[in-house]
Design a binder for this molecule. Structure first.
Ligand SMILES: Cc1cc2nc3c(=O)[nH]c(=O)nc-3n(C[C@H](O)[C@H](O)[C@H](O)COP(=O)(O)OP(=O)(O)OC[C@H]3O[C@@H](n4cnc5c(N)ncnc54)[C@H](O)[C@@H]3O)c2cc1C
Ligand code: SF4
Length: 541
């Protein structure tokens, strides 16, 4: 942890008076004119965009990050209430398609400074070394144009900046965490007990939730509202981990600025800046370099909406790669009922997990694997779980009044990257008159086999822990891919440094660039990839 404040002062720039926002820093931030030819304009200030902004501002770049959503103030804008937190999500229209369509809305992406991490669950595992070469090793997925060792120093740096708390991690590349593991709630105790009974290794963490005090960010108070935006500032999101430092170092964060197109010079083929709408006015920000970091649906959509005479099929889409290989993890959720009270809400939702089934097991009839984690839904999400089983009316009421007796586990299954799982443009238009994204998704046999296996393991763990009733539903989690990195332009959109093959001064620095997804939650890897891209841009790699 030594020196983290010298690299990123965000936690110390937050107020220490019980409020959550440094209003002075926002009020006094540098503001560029649209006509300023700034060094970098970034589209989206979430996991990838904010890390890039902070790194470049530290290196003295004149950088502005434009985000379609608001600049959140946790005190004024967030409530510890499931129904009252809907405004955190990206709920603009998106069309879904394919034989296994993925529902959009609260379970996919966020809107506003901090991005989806404002309402993510806080779980921050690393990818395993095997994730970077699944094609060579397992004959499925893709090989990344970089290896785990290239990302390792960035994983370590970001884990310190968030910071991450957890037990020593025995899987993948074994490593420790900067903060000790959090105490375990009732749901985690059930998981640990059941796993022990079945001889499965399970560990506490890693979560990007302060355990102790970190700068002016206080300890977690274990009320379980992480998915509603942590009002305490204990859970890491870019709003508290990277934006304050970016502002203090001269970056501009321009909220409520919806980027509608990346402009390209017809003659040189270079990016000129971005068209955007703010306060109902159409504007144009000039920049020497452009980075797109709008999330796996909005990034390919923006590229496709930026078609021009130079790129008639969409920006960077000469080889029909934009929007393809979008991935979502299969996330079956298994709940078990216990006579004793569990009170699964009284802790961060993800606390305990196992990556014992993460990699390909030659004895199984499927490739790759899954991770298992505690998930702890709050009452509305719990009602959705029960209703998905077909329970309604009196039966649903009975399950709801029994809520405190239930424990819940979730799996993340590594669904494979397939070319036809993709974003294209639909005929439907949004409020700006732009075609909305059509997202087609279909599972393959390997995906279904993984869900079946994960479900079997979770049900077994809960039975072993003493559950008298066990129910499982199928769902999805986490979207990545859609503008993947590759060795060349025939197989992807950007290179290992996140620079687009087609436009030399255009970068993509969000989850879209991931060629595979492992069974790990993606935010830490997205931040690490963006930090590495920043080092490439500033010449420090
Ligand atoms: C309910 C939920 C729980 C999750 N839990 C976890 C977890 O525990 N661990 C984990 O690792 N991951 C988790 N995730 C996923 C994680 O939050 C995302 O994978 C990650 O934040 C994606 O990073 P990104 O940079 O690609 O996009 P984002 O962080 O979503 O940032 C994109 C930003 O771009 C902005 N934007 C989009 N289009 C435009 C445009 N045209 N103009 C201007 N701005 C635009 C958006 O407003 C947004 O702020 C969770 C996600 C959800 C929804
Ligand atoms: S449980 Fe902890 S991290 Fe989650 S919202 Fe509450 S204080 Fe924040």
């Amino acid at each position: 942890m030594a020196g983290v404040r010298d690299r990123n002062e965000s936690a110390w720039l937050l107020p220490n008076d019980g409020s959550r926002t440094n209003h002075g820093l926002r009020r006094d931030m540098r503001r560029f004119a649209d006509t300023d030819d700034i060094d970098m304009v970034i589209v989206g200030c979430g996991a990838g965009g904010s890390v890039l902004a902070q790194r470049l501002a530290r290196a003295g770049w004149r950088v502005a990050a434009l985000d379609a959503g608001p600049f959140w103030d946790p005190d004024a804008d967030w409530v510890s209430d499931e129904a009252g937190s809907h405004h955190l999500y990206w709920t603009e229209p998106r069309v879904i398609d394919g034989s296994d369509p993925v529902p959009m809305g609260s379970n996919n992406s966020g809107r506003g400074v901090g991005g989806s991490m404002v309402h993510y669950a806080g779980y921050t595992p690393r990818f395993h070394p095997s994730d970077f070469a699944t094609c060579t090793a397992d004959g499925v997925g893709a090989d990344w144009p970089l290896g785990y060792a290239d990302l390792r120093p960035y994983y370590t740096a970001i884990e310190q900046e968030l910071p991450v708390a957890g037990e020593h991690w025995p899987w993948g590349d074994p490593h420790g965490y900067p903060q000790r593991p959090h105490p375990v709630g009732g749901n985690g105790e059930v998981f640990l007990r059941g796993a022990r009974e079945r001889g499965i290794t399970a560990k506490v963490g890693p979560v990007a939730i302060v355990n102790g005090r970190f700068g002016n960010r206080p300890h977690c108070i274990y009320r379980g509202f992480c998915l509603q935006g942590c009002k305490v500032n204990a859970k890491a999101s870019p709003l508290v981990t990277h934006v304050p430092d970016a502002l203090a170092r001269g970056a501009e964060i321009r909220a409520n600025a919806m980027v509608t197109q990346v402009a390209i010079d017809k003659l040189t083929g270079r990016a000129l800046g971005v068209h955007y709408v703010r306060d109902g006015r159409e504007r144009f920000q000039r920049a020497r370099t452009v980075a797109v970091a709008g999330y796996s649906i909005e990034t390919p959509r923006l590229l496709l909406n930026s078609a021009s005479s130079r790129f008639p099929e969409g920006l960077c889409n000469d080889f029909d790669q934009v929007g393809r290989y979008l991935m979502v993890q299969g996330a079956p959720q298994t709940a078990g009922r216990f006579d004793a009270e569990v009170r699964m809400y009284k802790a961060p939702p993800p606390e305990v997990s196992s990556e014992e089934f993460y990699e390909t097991d030659p004895a199984k009839d499927y490739k790759r694997g899954f991770a298992i984690q505690t998930v702890s839904p709050l009452p509305i999400t719990w009602a959705e779980h029960v209703a998905a089983q077909g329970h309604w009316g009196g039966a649903l009421r009975e399950y709801m009044s029994d809520y405190v007796h239930w424990s819940c586990l979730g799996a993340l299954c590594e669904f494979l990257a397939l070319p036809d799982n993709r974003v294209t443009l639909d005929e439907e238009k949004d409020s700006h008159g732009l075609p909305v994204a059509r997202f087609a998704y279909s599972q393959c046999d390997n995906d279904r086999a993984l869900v079946k296996a994960a479900r079997g393991v979770m049900e077994d763990i809960l039975h072993a822990a003493g559950a008298d009733e066990v129910i499982t539903i199928e769902r999805y989690a986490h979207l990545v891919g859609g503008a993947r990195m590759a060795a060349d332009e025939r197989h992807g959109v950007v290179d290992a440094n996140c620079r687009s093959f087609a436009v030399p001064n255009l970068y993509i620095t969000d989850g879209s660039v991931l060629p595979t997804q492992g069974s790990a939650n993606p935010a830490l890897t997205i931040m690490a990839v963006a930090a590495r891209a920043a080092d490439h841009l500033t010449g420090t790699a």
